[in-house]
Design a protein around this ligand. Structure first.
Ligand code: 6PG
Length: 243
């Protein structure tokens, strides 16, 4: 598992976010040159937020950029916990991206309807050989329990192999989520994992330096494209030199 990953440790404050932003822009330009579009699944949570802020300053053909989400909480789009709202405030409201290029997971009362509608929306994305969406870039954060997107430990979504998006009840949060599944995360041309903080260091060490026993959801990733970890010193603090 560890051999397929590239990782970089950033020591100075802000260095990780600037590097991730540069890479995001580079992949966007590369994808627009090659396929005249850039389809990216964004991460929620707090780690990627500074990257979304930095992207406000970037010169890009925003009319060729399509934003999706890797997961969404079971809250309305104007709720403070909404991953869509976080990106809207940090990025969308500040760049000339057409409204039709923004594809949120529209969570509604009937969550299965949200799943079905998002499944249709994902039809805009290029297809991978298995017929599922192949994003140009999927951004992920990682929880202290090793979850990615809303693929939490012991969740029913961990074993889904034949569909792109599912609803999942997260016991520990006592709430529903909508999430992309491993087949889609794995099929991405590029995967960017942004992980910071001491609390995540044991899992980072196990994933990037471990012997492969898969205790955490992040370890069940099997990226077919290029997967890069952006780590700060705290998150990398348990990685041995030899890794
Ligand atoms: C979410 C995210 C989730 C997040 C991790 C890490 O909806 O919360 O999609 O997977 O990436 O929980 O969150 P932080 O970046 O806030 O540590």
């Amino acid at each position: 598992m560890k051999s397929q990953y590239h990782y970089q440790i950033y020591l100075e404050p802000g260095q990780l976010e600037r590097a991730a932003t540069r890479r995001w822009v580079e992949l966007a330009r590369e994808s627009i040159r090659a396929r005249n579009s850039f389809h990216v699944a964004l991460a929620g949570g707090s780690t990627p937020k500074p990257v979304y802020h930095l992207l406000q300053q970037e010169e890009l053909e925003w009319d060729k950029v399509h934003l999706y989400w890797g997961d969404e909480r079971d809250v309305p789009a104007d709720h403070p916990e909404s991953n869509y709202l976080m990106v809207k405030e940090a990025l969308i409201d500040h760049v000339p991206i057409p409204v039709d290029n923004v594809h949120p997971i529209g969570v509604q009362a009937d969550i299965e309807k949200s799943v079905e509608e998002y499944r249709q929306v994902l039809g805009n994305v290029h297809r991978s050989p298995n017929g599922l969406p192949c994003f140009d870039l999927v951004m992920l954060g990682m929880g202290d329990d090793g979850h990615i997107a809303s693929l939490f430990p012991e969740s029913s979504a961990l074993t889904v192999a034949d569909t792109a998006v599912v609803s999942v009840y997260v016991e520990k949060l006592n709430s529903w989520r909508v999430t992309l599944t491993y087949p889609v995360l794995n099929a991405a041309r590029n995967l960017m994992l942004l992980v910071t903080g001491e609390a995540k260091a044991p899992i980072v060490a196990q994933v990037l330096g471990g012997d492969g026993d898969e205790n955490y959801p992040v370890q069940k990733l099997a990226p077919q494209g290029r997967a890069e970890w952006y780590l700060d010193q705290a998150a990398a603090s348990q990685l041995s030199e030899s890794t």
